[in-house]
Design a protein. Structure first.
Length: 308
């Protein structure tokens, strides 16, 4: 429905002013902070996307995904029996089987997500992208994080972008599809809004800011624009599409700020793993450190917290 996006205008100064105000928000303290941090944990896609990934470090990641916070800390908060795990484990297609087998052996139902479709550049032929998606699903991935061809956005080929994402959606089958827009490479906030709309029209279950490999990753201006697009799409169609900021989110304070922004822009119903995820590889370590401090009054030594 190109009529939705043909006249899009984004007031960039207003968006940036709002983003600056967000940075000044006062964070919550005490038990409220601990509660928000545990909510953030349940929405993390615990990720390893390195060229030197091996079965052993993927296994370690999976065990951390099942027990993201030390048991004694959860008991101190009376949250040890609430089944707190991360939202998903995210790996390359070649490591999906390792993650699926490890989680199954651990008696855990955490979904495995796989990046695909020419991640991170998107500069591969469409046939190759579709084959990669199908293989990842075949290996056991229940969520697929595809990446769009940025050139289609930069040259205004919206019908071609729609068709590419639609074919990727079909290749995913029963798996959920998160569409990475790589917003730092789209040229303008208007393009971010348009690409968000096209991705949702083509059947995306989530729209995601970044691969984590770009120079600019998840930022508040981009988050605001994408969430406004999600809200507009929901008003027009009744379908709720999820949102995932990814890349550069490393501290507990940043995680809480993103949660608060989602609550402000989209509402409490979006604050679930089904509609909100945080893409991160090092964030969980800082969250567990802050929870340790909340419970004990001091910061943990490096060896006292298991590696994520």
């Amino acid at each position: 429905e190109l009529g939705w996006i043909s006249k899009v205008y984004v007031n960039r100064p207003a968006v940036e002013r709002h983003a600056e105000q967000i940075k000044k928000w006062k964070t919550v303290k005490g038990n409220w902070q601990a509660a928000w941090l545990l909510k953030a944990v349940t929405c993390i896609d615990l990720t390893t996307l390195s060229g030197d990934d091996t079965p052993s470090n993927v296994q370690r990641l999976c065990f951390k995904a099942k027990r993201p916070i030390r048991e004694d800390l959860l008991k101190a908060l009376d949250m040890h029996d609430k089944g707190i795990t991360v939202g998903a484990v995210c790996v390359y297609p070649a490591r999906v089987s390792d993650a699926v087998n490890t989680l199954k052996a651990a008696g855990c139902n955490i979904p495995v997500a796989s990046v695909a479709a020419g991640f991170p550049s998107g500069q591969t032929p469409l046939e190759t992208k579709l084959t990669e998606i199908k293989l990842a699903v075949e290996y056991g991935a229940r969520e697929i994080d595809i990446v769009i061809s940025r050139s289609l956005v930069l040259t205004g080929q919206w019908e071609s972008l729609y068709e590419e994402i639609r074919l990727c959606r079909a290749a995913c089958g029963e798996a959920h599809m998160k569409t990475i827009l790589a917003t730092g490479e789209l040229g303008s906030l208007a393009n971010v809004y348009k690409a968000s709309m096209i991705a949702m029209m083509a059947g995306s279950d989530f729209i995601k800011t970044s691969t984590g490999k770009e120079v600019e990753n998840a930022t508040f201006p981009v988050g605001i624009v994408m969430m406004r697009a999600i809200k507009e799409y929901y008003w027009q169609t009744g379908y709720k599409v999820g949102f995932k900021p990814a890349g550069g989110i490393r501290t507990a304070k940043e995680a809480i700020t993103w949660l608060m922004l989602v609550k402000e822009e989209l509402g409490v119903e979006w604050l679930t793993p089904e509609l909100f995820r945080l893409g991160a590889s090092s964030l969980l370590g800082d969250i567990e450190q802050q929870i340790f401090y909340h419970v004990t009054g001091s910061y943990a030594l490096q060896h006292e917290l298991a590696m994520a």
